[in-house]
Design a protein around this ligand. Structure first.
Ligand SMILES: Cc1ncc(COP(=O)(O)O)c(C=O)c1O
Length: 367
């Protein structure tokens, strides 16, 4: 089940020692810890201890919050199997290292998140389409079932069930990437596929980037028992642990009285942006493209009536000061021309109107 290159993977002895040095009365000659009294004084609620090295798994308090949240979603995620990540991008890197050797079959959606393709390809993955029969032979199945990047689509209850059943039946590890689940604008089933993976191998991950602040670089994962320790050893080897300052800031936010309100406000704000975007698309792209209104997340996925290579269109658009992501980039291979991903969370109404008018002009010049 695991990649050949992790055969030499061992737990870091220093990390094992560091995990107990906070014990009262412990005198430590281990580790290369700076003197805590030499660490800078910070303002507000940040103690010097937070600026010292910390546990690879993450801060216990933040892990507990994540664990409770995932258990509410039906995921088997006791706190011992929750890890804080330096961005959920790190989870993809850890999973690639754990499972993928050159030629390892990995099932993904076509199209899928491009930075996942980048990482998995770097490890030598042989990509197969999650929706095809070939997926049965995959070692790992990477999916963004809820408000996918790039398509914005939400997997039906039946498809979620089928994905879990197929992974369980074929011994495929499910890797569910779920950074957009909070941003639901219309009703759709969001039950994590990982919640149906009893008895199988799975990783479920989420992110604080979209709900709070991407610059803090914090995400989290939970994994089945057979995987967690190895993922942790891989993380130790990458960065020892995620920023404790970031974890402190996020913990204060998610346990603060305003957190649920913040999520509601954000969702309402982005729903508004989606509706504004939809209106502008109707005005400028009717006749030029087809699309489904995304029920959540941050993206529209357009299929142009004329299947031009949107990588070339991008150059023309950039000259006119409009940027977008060519859809071709989201296919591991056999890219579908005439597709584009448009993000609707960032630009304001006036920019959306002007940007889409300009982009439609560039597309129309190819029709
Ligand atoms: C599907 C998906 N996974 C992972 C990430 C990485 O997010 P993070 O900022 O948590 O590293 C993104 C970011 O856009 C994403 O869309």
């Amino acid at each position: 089940m695991f990649s050949h290159r992790i055969e030499g993977l061992r737990p870091s002895p220093i990390r094992a020692i560091l995990s107990v040095i906070d014990r009262p009365g412990m005198i430590s000659f281990a580790g290369g810890l700076p003197a805590t009294e030499s660490l800078p004084e910070w303002s507000g609620s940040v103690s010097r201890e937070i600026l010292q090295y910390g546990p690879s798994e993450g801060e216990p308090a933040l892990r507990a919050v994540v664990s409770a949240q995932l258990r509410r979603l039906g995921i088997d995620a006791p706190v011992e199997r929750v890890m804080i990540l330096s961005g959920s991008q790190q989870g993809i890197d850890l999973a690639a290292k754990l499972f993928v050797d050159p030629g390892t079959p990995v099932a993904v959606e076509f199209p899928t998140y491009l930075a996942a393709v980048q990482v998995l390809r770097f490890s030598g993955a042989r990509f197969v389409d999650l929706a095809s029969g070939e997926a049965r032979g995959a070692r790992l199945a990477y999916a963004v079932p809820t408000f996918a990047n790039p398509t914005g689509s939400c997997m039906s209850d039946a498809d979620r069930g089928a994905l879990a059943t197929s992974c369980l039946a074929n011994g495929t590890v499910l890797f569910e990437d779920d950074p957009y689940r909070e941003f639901a604008y219309d009703a759709c089933d969001r039950t994590p596929v990982a919640a149906r993976m009893t008895g199988g191998s799975w990783i479920y991950q989420g992110s604080f980037s979209k709900t709070f602040a991407p610059g803090l670089r914090l995400g989290f994962l939970a994994a089945s028992e057979d995987l967690f320790e190895r993922l942790l050893m891989l993380k130790q080897a990458v960065d020892l642990h995620s920023s404790r300052l970031s974890q402190h800031i996020v913990h204060e936010a998610v346990t603060g009285p305003d957190w649920e309100d913040r999520l509601d406000r954000l969702t309402a704000f982005y729903r508004d942006r989606r509706d504004t975007f939809e209106g502008a698309l109707q005005r400028h792209f009717s006749g030029l493209a087809e699309w489904e209104t995304p029920p959540g997340g941050l993206f529209y996925w357009l299929r142009l009536r004329t299947p031009i290579d949107t990588r070339e269109l991008l150059g023309e658009a950039l000259e006119r000061n409009v940027a977008f992501m060519p859809g071709e980039e989201f296919y591991p291979d056999r890219p579908q021309s005439g597709t584009m991903r448009l993000n609707f969370s960032h630009a304001g109404a006036e920019e959306v109107e002007r940007g889409l008018a300009t982009l439609a002009g560039a597309v129309a010049s190819h029709s």
